[in-house]
Design a protein. Structure first.
Length: 162
């Protein structure tokens, strides 16, 4: 198992996965940051959170998505960002499962608003997609020990210029 984790190819594969996941989260947060009132309606449609918390959640979550996306893309605190993404993916999967079991006819609110419900309704495929992203975040957490990115570059620069 240690030999498998020590394989040098992981650095490049995890870089690609990290850039992809970071890009996904940056794409997901854009609409939510620009239109928090629309995202609040999306969150409320899940009927999962208490109504008093919906607006706060709709204001805070997109910024956490943006923060973790930037961290992954730049290679800063990659393990912490991966843990945050794992937590978000698990919570998204619980909420999606809840909505599917309840038979709610809606879009996931991941990248667009409820207006997209006809074009992209939630389904078990949406849940599978989130599971794939969860596995990718676990992969980055486990194998991306010395991330190719800004943090690694700064560490090397400090060693040379002490």
């Amino acid at each position: 198992m240690n030999r498998l984790l020590a394989w040098r190819g992981h650095a490049w594969i995890s870089l690609v996965v990290r850039l992809y996941l970071g890009g996904v989260f940056l794409a997901a947060c854009a609409h939510k940051i620009l239109h928090p009132e629309v995202f609040a309606v999306d969150v409320a449609t899940y009927q999962f959170l208490p109504l008093w918390s919906v607006n706060l959640f709709a204001l805070v979550l997109p910024w956490i998505e943006a923060f973790t996306g930037v961290m992954l893309v730049l290679g800063i605190r990659v393990r912490a960002a991966s843990l945050l993404i794992m937590g978000m993916m698990l919570s998204f999967m619980v909420a999606l499962s809840w909505a599917l079991v309840q038979g709610l006819d809606m879009s996931c609110g991941c990248f667009a608003s409820q207006a997209a419900a006809e074009d992209d309704p939630i389904s078990w495929v949406t849940l599978l997609r989130d599971a794939v992203w969860l596995v990718q975040s676990i992969y980055v957490l486990v194998v991306d020990r010395d991330a190719i990115g800004v943090e690694r570059w700064l560490r090397k620069w400090r060693k040379r210029h002490g």
